[in-house]
Design a protein around this ligand. Structure first.
Ligand code: ADP
Ligand code: MG
Length: 347
């Protein structure tokens, strides 16, 4: 199947290069596989509707650090990470399965905490936990979540439908989860050095909350319906806008122009970024894990969304494939690199 004769470093490919390399050898052959690898969720033809299905891993030391992540929050976040990809298909998530690998380091009470978070999220987002697997791990806690939901065939939104002149729209605000992580990492270092003081996270409550207990934007599905808007393409922001526009651009064969002054950034995110000597716009473009939605919307809906509190128009689609420009406040234009998008490279 693969004809590599020598050792190739994964570093050379990055996460998305690796996925492309592997998936090239797996063309979907069943008529029921309506959409395979390459979107937020796969689509299975189940008759009148599609079943959208997607899975994600959360690994201790990579995706979470238990020194500052309460297990209840981790359980909640696991469900959010899973269902966010279903929501990004314009589909209401309905069921999740959760696999867990753990060691004797954890007590029953600790795992109960984790599952209390899972339960809270299942209640809040109206999804059922319907299964999973429990096994042992010798190297930390690992979670995997599979989420699914059914959507009418005409309502499902892929990454591949963006058209020239469409508006690029983001929900909520971005960059907060990344700055929350920077605060938690800083306080962890201080704690390890001095081993006494409990950190005061109060001044950073919003961004720390964005990191530890993100919300899934299930509410946006109803709002879009009420406004009678079907996005032409959509993705959830797990790796950062810079990465996600590359995914939309690749799937739709288009480019984007983004306007720096339009990026929706919370005041706490801005203040914290500045105190870390970071440019808030770079943080907004490259910070991941906000789990907001990024979508393209036909320009005729401009009036419907231009002053809607849940949406911000940050740019528009261009006809130049895979060309992503940031128009700065100072009037310059820069290429947007997908800095945050290759975990394997980053590590
Ligand atoms: P997301 O960030 O939305 O969770 P990913 O970037 O993780 O999406 O994945 C992109 C696409 O590649 C998805 O369709 C996903 O199902 C697929 N994919 C990722 N890893 C693998 C793998 N190991 N085997 C097959 N498909 C994969
Ligand atoms: Mg996604």
């Amino acid at each position: 199947m693969f004809e590599n004769s020598q050792r190739t470093e994964l570093l050379a490919l990055g996460e998305f290069g690796l996925i492309d390399h592997l998936s090239a050898h797996f063309n979907a052959k069943l008529p029921s596989t309506a959409l395979g690898i390459g979107d937020d969720a796969a689509l299975i033809d189940i008759g009148e509707e599609y079943l959208a299905i997607s899975s994600d891993c959360l690994i201790e030391g990579v995706h979470f650090d238990l020194t500052y992540t309460p297990l209840k929050h981790l359980g909640f976040k696991t469900v959010v990470v899973g269902i966010s990809d279903i929501i990004a298909m314009n589909v209401k998530p309905e069921q999740v399965l959760i696999n867990i690998a753990l060691s004797n380091r954890f007590s029953l009470e600790a795992i109960e905490e984790l599952y209390e978070g899972v339960r809270l999220a299942c209640e809040k987002y109206n999804v059922d936990l319907i299964g999973g697997d429990t096994t042992s791990s010798r190297s930390g806690l690992m979670l995997s979540v599979t989420a699914m939901g059914r959507g009418h065939k005409n309502h499902v939104v892929k990454r591949s439908g963006a058209k020239h002149t469409d508006l690029l729209v983001v929900t909520g605000d971005v960059g907060g989860a990344y700055m929350g992580l920077q605060i938690l990492e800083r306080e962890k270092r201080v704690f390890l050095e001095h081993n006494t003081m409990q950190p005061d996270l109060e001044p950073f409550d919003y961004i720390v909350g964005r990191q530890l207990k993100p919300e899934a934007r299930i509410d946006i599905l109803d709002i879009l319906k009420e406004l009678n808007i079907k996005p032409t393409s959509m993705i959830d922001i797990s790796d950062g806008i810079a990465s996600e526009i590359h995914q939309l651009g690749k799937a739709s064969n288009i480019g984007f122009d983004i306007y720096e002054e339009k990026l929706p950034i919370d005041a706490q995110t801005i203040d914290t970024a500045v105190s870390f000597d970071l440019n808030p716009s770079i943080v907004a473009l490259n910070g991941g894990e906000d789990f907001e939605l990024l979508m393209t919307i036909p320009i005729e809906f401009f009036e419907n969304i231009k002053s809607h509190p849940d949406f911000t128009i940050i740019g528009h689609v261009t006809e130049f494939p895979m060309t992503f420009k940031l128009n700065t406040r100072a009037g310059n234009a820069f290429d947007i690199q997908a800095q945050g998008w290759q975990h394997i490279k980053k590590d």
